[in-house]
Design a protein around this ligand. Sequence first.
Ligand SMILES: Cc1ncc(COP(=O)(O)O)c(C=O)c1O
Length: 398
Amino acid sequence: MAISFFSKGKKAMISRCRDDYATKMRLKYAPYYHAMESQTGTNVRLQGRDMIMLSSNDYLGLSFHPKVIEAGRAAMLKWGTSTTGARTSNGSRGFHVELEERLAAFLGREACHIHVAGYLSCLSSVASFAQKGDHILADKNIHSCLWDGIRLSMATVERFSHNSPDDLREVLTAVSPDATKMLVVEGVYSMEGHIARLPELAEIAEENGCFTVLDDAHGFGVLGRKGRGTVDHFGLNDKVDIICGSLSKSLASTGGFVAASREIIEYLRTHSKQTIFSAAISPSQAACAQTSLEIMQQEPQHLERLWANTRRYRAMLKSLGLDTWESETPAVPIVLGSKERVYPFWKALMEKGVFTVMSIAPAVPAGKDLIRTAISAMHTEEQFERIADAMAYAVKRL
Ligand SMILES: Cc1ncc(COP(=O)(O)O)c(C=O)c1O
């Protein structure tokens, strides 16, 4: 009797996997999890064909920079492949502290803490500070890691319309002035390519006493002086309490960071479960991120080329009549509005050797189904010509 009871519960779980509609559709159309056979810069090889990578987050193109590669190799030789432990126990090394100090100094903050993923840093920036009974004001379009942080915190969440200071003000009228409040926004929204309206949002946060967390995964390396990010772009360093982000985009590594005042970071080090119970970032990851950070400060040409490429690409899409959701950054969506239009467009680009990623509702708001593309400083003249041909071909297929 007991056995059949347990096997019934297990069967329900297995059926959930077997019958899942989203998994069936993914396996049928195979739009994700493409395993590339090789890569050099923005050239990838997939199923024996050379393709242009048009959707990575390697904004500055540093993932194949000789100095970054050499730094990763040297760190592995010196420190081994892994620290095999959490920072709180056996995993902390001098290179972690050095990277944190360099990131903090670059961002004009007193301190910084790094995690093995940007996902964990951003989640931790919310979950370590907000508690049950607090109120979190969140832009409707924030990244999944921030939503997970909100859920873990058990605080009450109030959503406001994407990038709308007016709606934030409106939503705040229903929250007690005495409540403990946190504002959660991104610097650059990666699906939309929008820059946060930070001057207005930060002013409202200040008027209402909101602790402000800004996820700058896509603004770091892209905006501000030498790529210091969205907060620096607006000159608002004293208005944002926490800047968190990723090492896996402009810094061409893997991992994440949280930068803030010393007391905020020391509190995070005590309370972030994502730090206490998870291994530290590896020697080579830390070395690659640190060397990329040095290159950002010493070689401005990468940031200049990124923006020149971005302007050129946006003009190309505009000339074809494509909707780029008013993107202002190198993250450029092509909004097609429904999955019936997105799929053939994506397939046509694949046919022509251009690799992009589909994003359909609920990952994006209904009616905004899109192809996510992102520009790198590494895209070449010749690649832009091939991308232009492929886009023109895909437009004809709509
Ligand atoms: C806005 C935003 N925050 C955080 C992350 C997570 O960063 P990572 O890929 O380093 O885990 C991403 C990655 O896609 C992101 O787009």
